[in-house]
Design a protein around this ligand. Structure first.
Ligand code: ADP
Length: 322
């Protein structure tokens, strides 16, 4: 069946670069003579009919914006079999032959359900945590890295001025990629991530004392959200080392901001490929990047994949922050 009309939506947590992906999907499809509809508020928009036809200018002036112009949401109703059927019926009613879903693993599970209900779907990885196992780099991750780095640099200025220790929580409930790479970029004394077991005395206190003995007076400790407890950690550090310590949770500011070059280019390449896949009759695929090549996997296979944590990079980080 020739694809005549497709739709695009953003789902789950927003990430900088989602707009660039929506733009690429829209422009690629329209350029190839395929109509495009934008679905607002993720899967909810399919249930409520919050869907609008896009033209070439609908996606003007969004490539540089963070967040998502299509809005995003988490939809409980869509997770039910009735919800999936309702969404698929809505697509059929509107003549939508294919759907591009930009989001994370949860959104891909939804895309899989919708594909099974007869609507071919393609997933694009959009999440700042980089926690999509089939993919080396997700849309939004590079921007979040840079945002975190800039904010920690600012905290460092004040930590340095007061000879303090700054204990900083960065996003990543189950994944420490953001924490590890930001930690290296800011020269953190210690980085705590969910993937690597740690011993507080050995990996934080002893490291601080050792560097203190060589003249270091201010410290940055990066803690992934999945470890949490930064207020208590800061208190313990102050008690055990005598170094005045402050805790900061960077929070949602990490999600925002204008996407970096890298995220804009990645999102543009992935959005372009998503449409190509739909037009080639493919469905239930996730677009990914590996060794700078855009490729794709079956969603089920992608969800079952494992991405080993880079223990060597973790080791490097601590070897050079002495
Ligand atoms: P992310 O896509 O960033 O992982 P969520 O896990 O919140 O974010 O998923 C986004 C939406 O995808 C959910 O609100 C829900 O509508 C849908 N979804 C999530 N998990 C499933 C699932 N197991 N089956 C079907 N749909 C799902």
């Amino acid at each position: 069946m020739a694809i005549k009309r497709i739709a695009v939506l953003t789902s789950g947590g927003d990430a900088p670069g989602m707009n660039a992906a929506v733009r690429a999907v829209t422009r690629t499809a329209l350029g190839r003579g395929v109509e495009v509809y934008g679905v607002r508020h993720g899967y909810n928009g399919l249930l409520t009919g919050d869907i609008e036809e896009m033209n070439l200018r609908s996606v003007s002036d969004i490539i540089h914006r963070g967040g998502t112009a299509l809005y995003t949401a988490r939809s409980m109703e869509f997770k039910t079999p009735e919800g999936v059927k309702k969404a698929a019926d809505k697509c059929r009613e509107m003549g939508i032959d294919g759907l591009v879903v930009i989001g994370g693993d949860g959104s891909f599970r939804g895309a899989q359900d919708l594909t099974r209900a007869g609507i071919p779907c393609i997933g694009l990885p959009g999440t700042i945590d980089n926690d999509i196992n089939c993919c080396e780099q997700t849309i939004g991750y590079d921007t979040a890295l840079n945002t975190c780095m800039e904010m920690v640099d600012k905290l460092r200025d004040t930590a340095q001025s007061h000879d303090r220790c700054s204990v900083i929580e960065v996003m990543g409930r189950h994944a420490g990629y953001l924490a590890l790479n930001v930690g290296i970029a800011v020269g953190a004394t210690s980085i705590l991530v969910p993937e690597v077991p740690f011993d507080f005395e050995r990996d934080v206190i002893a490291r601080m004392k050792k560097t203190s003995a060589t003249g270091k007076k201010h410290f940055i400790i990066i803690v992934a959200e999945g470890i949490g407890g930064v207020v208590e950690l800061a208190k313990r550090i102050e008690e055990e080392t005598g170094v005045e310590s402050r805790a900061t949770i960077l929070g949602h500011v990490q999600r925002g901001g204008s996407p970096t070059v890298r995220d804009r280019v990645l999102a543009s390449r992935m959005g372009n490929r998503a449409v190509e896949l739909l037009l080639a009759g493919k469905s239930n695929r996730v677009v990914t990047i590996q060794s700078d090549r855009i490729t794709d996997y079956d969603i089920e296979q992608a969800l079952a994949m494992k991405k080993p944590f880079d223990l060597d990079l973790y080791r490097t980080a601590h070897e050079i922050s002495i």
